[in-house]
Design a protein around this ligand. Structure first.
Ligand code: EPZ
Length: 436
């Protein structure tokens, strides 16, 4: 639990090289694990990353009576069909936001679900109004007692026309799943278009659900019976991991290949990096970085990004991109539009030597190029945790990254993959000092 990373910074040297593989997408497979509750038989999931959030989802499913069996490396069989309970264990559900996705299939299958306000990274208020309003439209009544929500439906959820006033990834996924067993047709409008949502919709469609509008902003789902899939689900590559490696490569390498990824899923970042002068070659399933050219003190760049729903610039890559901007000659303006509390980590980057001015809670001006100095930092959430790792690799001197649990929530044994491309990184037990 108390693991730390010890990183010896490269201090501006472009020495990383080789290839680094991308694992399956955390946010791609978590909703599919929840979908296992809608299947007649155990569901096979492939290319599942070995990360803490998968362990938490497995524990929640186990608590519902649905064991998750690890068949071999990255392959699981989920016995969602065996679930018999519909109350989420509070202590686990409060640890990750994706736990709320289970409410959709549980309510659809059992007509009742009890859950706490979901936890997850502290990056903003992250309310659940879209969920409660949507379920009410589908015929559920909502009660809240002792910080627990209970939703009940008299018989079955009924299809409804739901307009999301904000595009929400997990709300779209939750209602896609709820609609599968509902009576009649459910129409979801202004849905999220993130690849994880599309992948879930495509998988449901292949498993027998009649869905219209996949890949568009309106989805229409015809309710029916339990689902079946012989081949199971193969997790799509993690686009946030892909993008973070791309940023790391741009900063530290003239020859790095990111493999097992989908370049199209990080289009917004690739185009932005190219605009900054990063040399990038795309192939079908890999991306090759050949260095960063033309950005000097005499020819600075000015760049501005605003985070946006897919296919815009992902909020989950905002923190790693700010690290990139600290190394760019010129000025970068960053506008975080999705979460209102997602620039807090910049304080620590400033301590490392970055020149960052917060105009307000959601807008920052980053002036570069600055020399970052290694120091001890606390990873505040999954994505900023990785941003600190990138900053520590770029920095001069040694850094200690605390709260590695956050990084382990989303990235599989990152240190092994980073070491393979030349990073000096060690995992140590923060209590005993033991290296492993
Ligand atoms: C998903 O979170 C991801 N999590 C996040 O990744 C990601 O940052 C985010 O989408 C945006 O891409 C998972 O998929 C498990 P939203 P989610 O609902 O679904 C507001 C990670 O590290 N909103 O799309 O929780 C919300 O406050 C995480 O893996 C409401 O107002 O995000 C935000 O401003 C961090 N009411 C906006 O919608 C609601 O009921 C979009 O958030 C729900 C959301």
């Amino acid at each position: 639990m108390r693991d730390q990373f010890l990183i010896e910074g490269l201090g501006n040297r472009q020495t990383l090289r080789g290839s680094i593989p991308v694992r399956g997408s955390k946010n791609g497979v978590l909703p599919v694990m929840a979908a296992s509750l809608l299947f007649k038989h155990p569901l096979r999931c492939l290319n599942v990353p070995d990360i803490e959030d998968i362990n938490r989802m497995s524990e929640l499913l186990f608590g519902l009576g649905a064991p998750v069996e690890k068949i071999r490396e990255r392959e699981y069989r989920i016995h969602g069909n065996k679930a018999s309970l519909s109350k989420l264990e509070t202590s686990i559900a409060k640890r990750f936001r994706a736990s709320i996705i289970l409410t959709g299939p549980l309510l659809a299958r059992f007509g009742k679900v009890t859950f706490p306000f979901p936890g997850g990274c502290v990056i903003g208020k992250r309310p659940i109004d879209l969920f409660l309003e949507g379920f009410k439209k589908m015929g559920a009544s909502v009660t809240e007692r002792n910080e627990q929500f209970t939703l009940t439906v008299p018989k079955k959820l009924v299809g409804a026309d739901i307009f999301f006033k904000i595009q929400s990834v997990t709300a779209t996924e939750t209602f896609l799943l709820a609609a599968v067993l509902a009576k009649g047709v459910t129409t979801l409008r202004n849905v999220a278009l993130e690849p994880e949502v599309t992948s879930l919709a495509e998988f449901l469609s292949k498993s027998g659900v009649k869905i219209k509008g996949i890949g568009t902003s309106t989805l229409s789902i015809e309710g029916g019976g339990l689902l079946s899939s012989l081949e199971g689900y193969t997790t799509i590559p993690d686009r946030i991991e892909t993008g973070s490696f791309l940023i790391l490569g741009a900063l530290t390498s003239n020859d790095l290949t990111i493999t097992s990824c989908n370049p199209e899923s990080v289009r917004a970042l690739i185009e932005t990096l190219k605009e900054c002068g990063v040399l990038i070659e795309e192939r079908a399933r890999s991306i090759h970085i050949r260095g960063w050219k033309g950005n000097t003190e005499k020819s600075p760049k000015d760049i501005s990004i605003r985070t946006h729903e897919y296919p815009g610039f992902p909020t989950d890559l905002q923190a790693p991109f700010v690290v990139f901007l600290t190394q760019m000659w010129g000025e970068g303006v960053v506008f975080e539009t999705i979460f209102e509390g997602r620039l807090g980590y910049t304080e620590d980057l400033k301590q490392m030597g970055a020149s960052i001015t917060l105009w307000d809670a959601q807008r920052a001006l980053v002036k570069g190029k600055t020399v970052l100095k290694g120091m001890e930092v606390n990873g505040p959430d999954i994505r900023a945790g990785l941003a600190f790792i990138i900053a520590a690799i770029v920095a001069k001197g040694r850094s200690v990254i605390n709260n590695v649990y956050y990084v382990d929530r989303g990235y599989e044994r990152l240190e092994n993959r980073l070491r393979d491309i030349g990073v000096s990184i060690t995992r140590i037990n923060g209590e005993t000092g033991e290296q492993y």
